[in-house]
Write a protein that binds this ligand. Structure first.
Ligand code: AMP
Ligand code: MG
Length: 328
């Protein structure tokens, strides 16, 4: 009898401890922000307040969208675009993003250029009336594309030409995914997978202790993946492809990555570029830039060592190659 009482007592003492070690679970939520479907999957114990974590993710992203949207009249982007010239004071996150964007513009000799906005507006307006841009329209829009007309000091943006307009669509999602990953890294969870349009980041590990694996699809050979990778903590995978977004004009598709040298959708022989690096904004900007450059120039750019990144290239014929740091 004494033995049974002792065992019962031991079990009662153990109960709170057993309760604290709740079984692991997967929680998932999606938001549509920045014109993109974002899905966050958490791996965490069953007593995790996943709803609060998701609502904070949504708050972080809504704030960034309100700063960087080209269509919201109050955004930093719109205030920069509407200013005739001179100085515009912006949020610290916008200043940091623009410094990165202008740095990549210089390093890539303008293959990535946030001042492509006049060309994007031209293609959008031509799509709405169902015709291609004329040469004169392209020449006029191209005259306003010049990243050197914009600079940033502290939280002030300087514009030297009233025609300079910016579009952060090629860098903002990558920056935003890093903001989410930083927040989730401080949450009481085992890990998280963030899918943000064509950007992916992971935090920690799955609840069974295994690493998250992400796949780079081959849009030509739809059956197979070009590569399956494990991302290290803090790394972001960003993909730019000609199959993602389009202007449809007279039944033809014109993809959304513009070559700032010609004003036309980039025709570099690639259909997709994936970049992996530790900074989401950089991964995003570089995937756009390398797509514009094409494989040969992109590989030469990689070997200059200006930025630390790796890339996978999928050519229009479906062939796959990569920079040295990615095993094939
Ligand atoms: P991504 O999908 O990251 O390659 O970004 C493409 C988006 O970036 C487009 O939808 C435009 O908003 C913008 N964009 C297009 N061409 C360029 C370019 N050459 N440099 C910077 N941004 C661009
Ligand atoms: Mg990009």
């Amino acid at each position: 009898m004494k033995k049974i009482i002792c065992m019962l007592l031991l079990l009662t003492l153990m109960l709170p401890t057993l309760g604290a070690c709740s079984p692991p679970q997967k929680y998932s939520d999606s938001f549509f922000l920045m014109d993109t479907l974002i899905t966050v999957t958490l791996h965490a114990s069953s007593d995790t307040d996943a709803a609060s974590i998701f609502s904070e993710c949504e708050r972080i992203l809504s704030e960034l969208e309100a700063l960087w949207s080209r269509t919201d009249a109050e955004s930093d982007t719109s205030r920069i675009n509407e200013a005739m010239s001179g100085e515009i004071s912006v949020d610290a996150r916008t200043a940091q993003l623009m410094i990165r964007a202008l740095d990549v513009a210089t390093a890539t000799d303008g293959a990535f250029d946030i001042t492509v906005a006049p060309l994007i507006l031209l293609w959008q307006s031509c799509e709405s009336v169902g015709r291609l841009p004329t040469d004169a329209e392209l020449v006029s829009a191209l005259a306003s594309v010049d990243h050197k007309a914009v600079s940033v000091r502290g939280q002030t943006v300087f514009k030297s030409s009233s025609n300079a307009k910016i579009d952060l669509g090629g860098i903002g999602k990558g920056a935003a995914i890093s903001y989410l990953a930083d927040y989730l890294a401080g949450c009481p969870i085992a890990g998280a997978l963030i899918s943000f349009g064509s950007n992916v980041a992971t935090v920690g590990k799955k609840h069974d202790g295994s690493a998250f694996r992400v796949a780079v699809k081959n849009p030509i050979d739809g059956k197979d993946y070009a590569k399956v990778l494990e991302l290290s903590e803090g790394e972001v995978l960003s993909v730019s492809g000609d199959y993602e977004r389009f202007y449809t004009i007279c039944g033809e598709k014109y993809h959304h990555i513009i070559d700032p040298a010609t004003g036309y959708p980039a025709a570099s022989g690639l259909c997709s570029v994936a970049v992996i690096c530790e900074d989401g904004a950089l991964a995003d900007a570089l995937s756009t830039a390398l797509f514009v450059m094409g494989e040969e120039k992109a590989k030469a750019f990689h070997s200059l060592g200006i930025y630390e990144f790796e890339a996978i290239f999928i050519a229009s014929d479906g062939s796959v190659s990569a920079t040295d740091g990615i095993a094939y």
